[in-house]
Each structure stands twice: as C-alpha cells, then as structure tokens.
Design a protein around this ligand. Structure first.
Ligand SMILES: [Zn+2]
Length: 317
C-alpha cells in the first residue's frame, strides 16, 4: 500500500528513501529536500537474503511510482541485527533469516543509488531527533518491543562504539539468579522488560502485554506481580541510561508504546518509588526526563532516510 502525501511537488525532484525492515512488515517513506515525508509505503517483509533484497527493491519502486516519476537520491535501511558500518553488512539478524549479508553493496547494485544500512534501533534514535526537530540534542531512545535496546545520540551524533554494540542494554544482567536469556546470561534486562519475555511468562493471545496490563487493572494477582516486575525492569533501564550518560531525555519507543500512558505511568511510579528511598536518585529527577514517542511515528524509517544525507549517485561503485 502506497500513500503519496504530496506527490505533485516531488515529481522530477529527488527524494531520500528510508526503510524500516521488520520481522513481519516493512515501512518505507520518502523525504523531500526539506525533510518532509512525501510518500509512505507498507508491505510484508519476505525473510531470507533474497527475500529482504526483493522487499526493499519493491518498496523503493512503489515509492518512486510505476514509471519512476520520482527518483531516489539515496536509500537508507534500518534493520535488526549487528551491522558493520560503513560497509552496511548485516550479521545475525535472526528474525529475518540473515546470518551474514552484504546488504548495502547488493542493494547499490540493484538500485543504482547510494545505500546505507544501520541497526533499526540506532536508526530510530536518529529519526526521533529529526521528528522532534532538535538535530543537535542528546537523547537516548529506549526501544521496548520484543526485546530491549537503546540508541544513544550525543550532541546529535549517534554513538556506535567500536563494534556497534553501544546501547545494547537489554543484555545487561540485573539478576544473576534470574531467567536464562537466549544470549546465555541470566537475568538480562530483556528477560524482565522485553515484550517477548512478558509474553512467554504471561501466555495469553495475540496481545499478551496488553492482556497482562488489563488483567492487572482488574486486580489479578499474577498480572499485578508481572506488571510490577516489568515496570521495575524498564525503570532499571532508564536509571542505567541516566546514570551512565546523564542525558536530559530518555525517549520510550517501540511496539509497547501502544500502551500509551498506562506504560508511562507504571514506569514513572517505579522511578519515583526508587527516588523516595534515595535522596541521590531523587535529586536527578529521572522521572521528569522520561518521554514517549507517539506510536507509528515512523522514527526508524525517518532515521534511515537521513543516513543517506550527503551521499550522491556518483558515490556508488
Ligand atoms: Zn541476554
């Protein structure tokens, strides 16, 4: 499905395309020279190396029109997994069936435009700064989805570390006697604050985290215990971020922000409770630094589109 928001004004002018390639669906959008979203497209992600390449190719073609009325100047791809930068090689994107794929090079050959590839949470952190219109700000984007991960931006610059691991806080162990994590450690933040872990523990239907919140609101003991543990896990992640980086803003994003204020409220309660017990934590006003990105903000795709800024067709080769 493609929605052209302002098609007439972009015909004949190059756009920057950004894609958020998820485990089940791909969100793509085109930005004009001023950074405005001028077209959106959503499609099912086909997993596997050729499936992912085809998915991106089809989405770019859909955005650019059946006869290429609009031309893409650059393409940015946000994708889960470990990404080698600047080569754009994707490693260990398990949900997409990718072990090691030279994605940027393959797409550049297919599309004939410069392509940048970045981890989806890191792309979302860049996108969040752009959407907020504060390109030089410092923030941490905390993605609460199936897993838990953060994207760190300091003075407008994405922090990757030497191997791109900066921000992978979901695998910080907070309970040495806790549940075993797929990474091999015990009690990782992801095992208490990840939507996947909550779903495993709660059981239930299609929307287990929502169901657990509803049951907790009805006063069901097991749900209230699980929600409290979940909120404590998210609060621990937020504290960790503030105590490590002292950023003014921790922005919650990802699939679980569909819970809206219900999510924010339980996390703020946990942060305040910890603040009551510690004058030090209280003085940091951590709860006041917490903000939520609206659901469906498109931050990963917006960030991905900005990855290509400064790249030119002549760079392909
Ligand atoms: Zn882990």
């Amino acid at each position: 499905m493609t929605r052209r928001l302002d098609g007439a004004t972009v015909v004949g002018r190059p756009v920057r395309v950004g894609l958020d390639v998820g485990g089940t669906k791909t969100e793509a959008l085109a930005l004009d020279a001023a950074g405005r979203v001028v077209a959106r497209h959503r499609c099912v992600t086909v997993p596997g190396p050729s499936g992912v390449v085809d998915t991106v190719g089809r989405a770019v073609a859909a955005l650019c029109g059946p006869s290429g009325e609009v031309s893409a100047e650059s393409v940015g791809v946000g994708i889960p997994g470990q990404i080698e930068v600047p080569s754009g090689r994707v490693r260990h994107a398990v949900n997409l069936g990718l072990r090691d794929l030279d994605l940027a090079r393959i797409l550049e050959r297919e599309l004939g435009v410069p392509v940048r590839v970045e981890n989806d949470v890191k792309a979302a952190a860049i996108g969040a700064c752009r959407i907020r219109g504060r390109e030089r700000e410092s923030l941490v984007y905390l993605n609460l989805g199936t897993g838990v991960a953060a994207g760190v931006v300091v003075d407008g610059v994405l922090q990757r570390g030497v191997g791109g691991v900066a921000g992978e806080i979901g695998h910080i162990s907070v309970d040495p006697r806790g549940e075993t994590c797929p990474c091999g450690q015990r009690g990782c933040l992801e095992t208490v604050a990840g939507g996947g872990a909550v779903a495993r523990r709660w059981g239930g239907g299609d929307l287990p985290v929502l169901e657990m919140f509803d049951a907790a609101d009805r006063g069901e003991g097991r749900a209230m215990r699980l929600r409290r543990e979940f909120a404590a896990g998210v609060a621990a992640a937020v504290r960790l971020i503030v105590l490590t980086l002292d950023v003014p803003t921790v922005l919650l994003g990802g699939g679980l922000v569909h819970l809206g204020d219900r999510l924010r409220d339980v996390v703020v309660d946990e942060l305040r409770r910890a603040g009551e017990a510690s004058d030090f934590l209280h003085s940091l006003r951590i709860d006041e630094r917490l903000e939520m990105l609206p659901p469906s903000s498109g931050a990963p795709a917006v960030g991905a589109a900005h990855l290509g800024v400064g790249m030119r067709r002549a760079d392909v080769g």
